[in-house]
Design a protein around this ligand. Structure first.
Ligand code: CU
Length: 235
């Protein structure tokens, strides 16, 4: 028993020391981004991304999750690299019916409780607007990027992009309610090893629409296919 405890203690000490013992990270840089409106108010949930004109960097997608919780998508805005599989577990005790008609990923997860059998693989860059066929107000976004370098701003409007190889990049921002195209937000930035660069974006958002809404169907005639089921009861 004592030996076991000693080993446990040793393991804990090693775990604590490991970050200090591990080799120094390879020379890479980072970028501190600040996103605010024209009055200097920070804007949260903005995706800041870096693209470079050079050879496409390797993407290392790791599985992600968007919950349905209290009849909302959580997180409401998720940025992922191309090739990411996203699971859509339903944490509510009512059924959801998640779908998207966006060109970057059309899919449908018919009425379900719990976790659908297969996650959805987001295999093309672009904005994927999520909806639920039962709950009109449920709207979410998967922003699929062809770059591994991106981050989402926190409540203070700040995002930090770490582990970016030094070089010349273009920084862009995206938010579902942003006025204008993300391509037009581009700012040239230079990432230097060990010296976090800084960039500030001033972004204008369209007013938030409250109340029941459906995600835009982007011109799809299929928008008529999903007639609303008759709503009844508390769902
Ligand atoms: Cu729903």
């Amino acid at each position: 028993m004592t030996g076991w405890l000693t080993r446990l203690g040793l393991a804990a000490i090693i775990a604590l020391l490991a970050p200090a013992l591990s080799p120094a990270p390879s020379a890479s840089g980072g970028l501190a981004a600040i996103v605010q409106d024209d009055r200097g108010k920070p804007i949260a949930d903005v995706i800041v991304s870096l693209t470079s004109p050079g050879p496409a960097p390797g993407l290392h997608p790791t599985p992600a999750v968007i919950d349905q919780q209290n009849k909302e998508f959580v997180p409401q805005i998720l940025a992922v690299p191309v090739g990411t599989s996203v699971a859509f577990p339903n944490r509510d005790n009512i059924r959801h019916h998640v779908y998207s008609f966006s060109p970057a990923k059309r899919f449908e997860l018919p009425l379900y409780i719990g976790t659908p059998a297969a996650p959805v693989v987001f295999d093309k860059p672009g904005v994927v607007v999520l909806g639920c066929n039962i709950h009109d107000w449920m709207v979410g976004y998967v922003y699929v990027l062809a770059t591994p370098y991106f981050a989402k701003t926190a409540e203070d409007g700040k995002a930090h992009l770490a582990d970016v190889p030094p070089g010349a990049y273009e920084a862009r921002v995206w938010h579902p309610r942003m006025k204008g195209e993300p391509e037009k937000t581009g700012k040239p930035v230079t990432i230097a090893a060990g010296d976090p660069g800084q960039v500030t974006f001033v972004v204008a958002l369209k007013p938030e629409r409250r109340g029941p809404q459906r995600p835009p169907y982007e011109g799809s005639s299929q928008s008529q296919v999903h007639d609303r089921p008759v709503k009844g009861g508390p769902s």
